[in-house]
Design a protein around this ligand. Structure first.
Ligand code: 3JN
Length: 335
């Protein structure tokens, strides 16, 4: 790379936005200028980055009049709907964490370990997938490459941090015995499992479930894979866990599957059941990798395999994935 980019963080004061800053700092992301932006409500607050205080500016139609190369957005779908096209029209490449643009045909949906080649055809907006999709993709891609995938069944166990501060508050309050005044959920989350993430759709699925199904097809470039999902909120603060049942196209040896997981970037095998070793939400929290374990044959179908996949939903499931996309963009930055 020849010069350092100017970057903007949109939604800098939110749960994902503040993790953008943490991850950019940890990875020593190169930059010339960095601009912190948020809605009028949060404008004027200060955020710390690399030991310096930055005043958050209000996001407006003119925010991208100054030269900015890359903008990381995590400010919700309606903000992205309005401001990402404005930014893109001014030459900014937007990496957007919301679902707003994910299924648009001219918007790449990218997990850098899985389909980095899709970044090349962006037209100014690149979408970050849903957190539950991202970690599943990192585990499924090596299987798709080696054996082909016929069908996938997702069952998720999702942390309350996926619902932002309100979800975290509902669990904290519930653990203290206060299940009144719920902020995020229709029922108490402490001591409970809620098979209800995002809104219900006419087909009986939740929006979260349909995101996983549709995004899987787009990222793996194969609409013929049969996919179904049940997404469940559990009383865990950080990291999503997923049971994934996969029917492969070709027969396999279990040890070869484990080996192809071991070889895949960003994926760590934790599978030693004799010593009670398997991926755990508490261990994954605060890290950037995806963990896979409980790797075993599914004897109920031909060429079936069951796995357990865990990752930090705010880091790999959101901020880290977006920053990894931005790192790939650096390679294409013009002089
Ligand atoms: O609930 C979770 O664990 C993940 C939540 C994701 C989410 C929450 C509100 C709005 C999304 C998303 O990333 O799909 C959105 C959205 O942008 O639609």
């Amino acid at each position: 790379m020849k010069r350092k980019p100017n970057i903007a963080v949109v939604g800098a004061t939110g749960v994902v936005g503040s993790t953008f800053l943490k991850v950019l700092e940890e990875r020593d992301f190169p930059f010339e200028n960095i601009y912190m932006m948020a809605s009028a409500k949060s404008a004027g607050k200060t955020v710390k980055f690399k030991g310096k205080d930055y005043v958050v500016e209000e996001l407006t139609e003119h925010s991208f009049d100054k030269p900015i190369d890359i903008a990381l957005f995590s400010a919700g779908g309606s903000t992205s709907a309005k401001f990402a096209p404005i930014a893109a029209s001014k030459g900014v490449t937007v990496v957007d964490n919301s679902s707003q643009w994910r299924m648009y045909e001219d918007v790449p949906l990218v997990v850098p370990e899985v389909n980095p080649e899709d970044i090349a055809w962006n037209k100014g907006i690149i979408a970050n997938p849903n957190c539950s999709t991202i970690q599943a993709m990192v585990a499924l891609k090596p299987l798709q490459d080696k054996y082909g995938i016929k069908r996938v069944v997702y069952s998720t166990y999702q942390a309350v941090s996926g619902s932002g501060v309100k979800g975290i508050n509902d669990l904290k309050n519930g653990l203290e015995g206060n299940n009144e005044d719920l902020q995020a959920y229709a029922h108490p989350i402490a001591g409970n499992c809620l098979p209800h993430i995002d809104v219900f759709l006419d087909n009986g699925y939740t929006k979260e479930e349909m995101k996983m199904i549709n995004e899987t097809h787009k990222i793996l470039h194969d609409d013929d894979i049969k996919v179904t999902a049940t997404t469940v909120r559990v009383p865990v603060f950080d990291s999503h866990s997923e049971s994934i049942n996969i029917e492969l196209e070709k027969p396999f040896e279990l040890e070869d599957v484990v080996e192809c997981f071991r070889q895949f970037p960003g994926l760590i095998v934790q599978d030693d059941v004799e010593n009670n070793v398997y991926p755990l939400a508490l261990d994954a929290a605060g890290t950037d990798e995806v963990y896979v374990g409980r790797i075993r044959r599914d004897y109920s179908v031909e060429n079936g395999i069951n796995i357990w996949v865990v990752a930090d939903n705010i880091r790999k499931g959101a901020a880290t994935n977006a920053v990894q996309i931005a790192e790939k963009l650096l390679e294409q930055l013009p002089d």
